[in-house]
Ligand binder design. Structure first.
Ligand code: IMP
Ligand code: MG
Length: 187
């Protein structure tokens, strides 16, 4: 057990293979800024914020509680992607779809990190077919280097070129989600 863990400190990214990229203070400030931008964009129009589980859960929770739109509804999806490691199509499917009808409302997808863009391309295409007023993406991190699909992140928390990030909801093999900072996983 590390000294930090022994003394009860939480999530200080003290393991040698983690480097803090964005602190919880920086995240809190940025999430508040994004909430203001989102409020300014949608006003009181009907808006469904859709959390992409599991990685976006912390960002979604912090972001949506700062929104003041009285016509806000919340929902959740879970996606799976197949075939990437076998070099096949990297096909994305729903593990869990929305329950709220987005027809005639604005849909705001809330994602942890956009990497190749395949997941967001799939979800935007699916949602657009349901006749919403609009579809937009809020992503905690926009990771640019490996982008393959044409995806526009409308509300981006932080931009990085590369690296594998964990913490604040993001995982590696289900670990590190509960870290309060966004860290880069080395090795
Ligand atoms: P895509 O390649 O844009 O389809 O990204 C799919 C998913 O991979 C994201 O929603 C994340 O859940 C996950 N992912 C991509 N890059 C990272 C990372 O650096 N850390 C943790 N998860 C990641
Ligand atoms: Mg994700």
């Amino acid at each position: 057990m590390s000294d930090a863990a022994r003394s009860g400190e939480k999530g200080s990214c003290d393991a040698g293979n983690l480097a803090v990229l964005f602190t919880q203070d920086e995240i809190e400030k940025r999430v508040s800024e994004l909430a203001r931008l989102i409020d300014a964009s949608y006003g009181c129009e009907p808006l469904v914020a859709v959390c992409v589980l599991k990685g976006a859960f912390m960002f979604f929770s912090d972001l949506t509680r700062r929104l003041s739109n009285p016509n806000l509804e919340l929902d959740f999806v879970r996606l799976s992607s197949y075939g990437k490691s076998q070099n096949s199509s990297g096909r994305v499917i729903f593990n869990k779809d929305t329950e709220v009808d987005i027809k005639g409302k604005h849909a705001l997808i809330v994602e942890d990190i956009v990497d190749s863009g395949r997941s967001m391309r799939f979800l935007c295409d699916q949602f657009k077919a349901r006749k919403p007023l609009s579809v937009a993406i809020a992503s905690l991190v926009d990771k640019r280097e490996r982008r393959e699909s044409d995806v526009k992140v409308d509300f981006s928390g932080f931009t990085v070129d590369k690296g594998f990030l964990v913490g604040y909801g993001m995982d590696y093999a289900e670990k590190y989600r509960a870290l309060p900072d966004i860290c880069e996983l080395k090795n």
